[in-house]
Design a protein around this ligand. Sequence first.
Ligand SMILES: NC(=O)c1ccc[n+]([C@@H]2O[C@H](COP(=O)([O-])OP(=O)(O)OC[C@H]3O[C@@H](n4cnc5c(N)ncnc54)[C@H](OP(=O)(O)O)[C@@H]3O)[C@@H](O)[C@H]2O)c1
Length: 280
Amino acid sequence: MEKAIPKVTLNDGTTLPVIGLGTYGLWGNAGANAVSSGINAGYRLIDTAYNYENEGAVGEGIRRSGISREELWVTSKLPGRYHTYEKALVAIQESLYRSQLDYFDLYLIHWPMPNQDTYVEAWQALIDAQKWGLVRSIGVSNFLPEHLERIIHETGVTPSLNQVELHPFFNQAHQRKVHVDHGIQTQSWSPIAKAKDILINDAIKTIAEAHNKTIAQVVLRWQYQIGSVSIPRSTSPERQRENLSIFDFELSESEMIAISELSRSDGRLFDMDPATHEEF
Ligand SMILES: NC(=O)c1ccc[n+]([C@@H]2O[C@H](COP(=O)([O-])OP(=O)(O)OC[C@H]3O[C@@H](n4cnc5c(N)ncnc54)[C@H](OP(=O)(O)O)[C@@H]3O)[C@@H](O)[C@H]2O)c1
């Protein structure tokens, strides 16, 4: 029997499991089955986005799982093409219709796209969507410190969470400190760096062998111990369970440092710098 998944409390009082299931690329019937098997493996937090074109499969997977809606946390995200106030509110409603859910637990602005200069307006729409009950908690994704500071300054509302690229090759130490200073929860996307080079990393392999765990488990445990909520994606029921089995061991301080030291300033997987990256 796996240990229960701990939860964090966000700055608006809502809680969130410390690990969830990523769903990018989980489409159609197979996608719905992967979401359902993840929920049955124990995941309670599910991460989707309007632009993943799978909010329908996620909603279907939730229904197939047989677990009641109240026991789940579902996140979706606003695409860049809907950053104006009216379009953002319509997009949130469309996300709900697609997933056939009555509310999201968390809704995020997917990318700030600062060159468009519309993310403050989008943030105002999320603030109102929360007031109207469409969304329980509101946050952002890929926001650099200057984007966070601007929305806080211009609206007076601090995001509950910022979902950013974060893995041992890009550990986001400075960004995480900014989050702590503002009371914003850090969430990691591509938390196991897409399971490529990392799976043959000697430093992590040594640590994994010492704990009789896999490299993915050690990296996800590292994510937990740095205080970030991670959302690993897997289509395989076996790997979904493997990725949840991280609460029965602990990394020492020196092991944590050894993993954190793998980070490089150019360690982003696809050079997606939020200062310039645009996704509509
Ligand atoms: N906000 C954003 O801009 C943003 C950007 C990217 C991603 N995301 C979110 O973050 C989620 C996770 O990121 P990601 O999908 O890019 O990468 P990831 O979770 O780091 O890695 C996913 C890959 O790892 C494999 N994998 C999973 N568990 C494994 C294990 N235990 N051993 C070996 N391989 C394993 C999966 O293959 P199998 O399926 O075969 O197991 C898949 O190919 C996404 O699904 C999405 O929800 C958000």
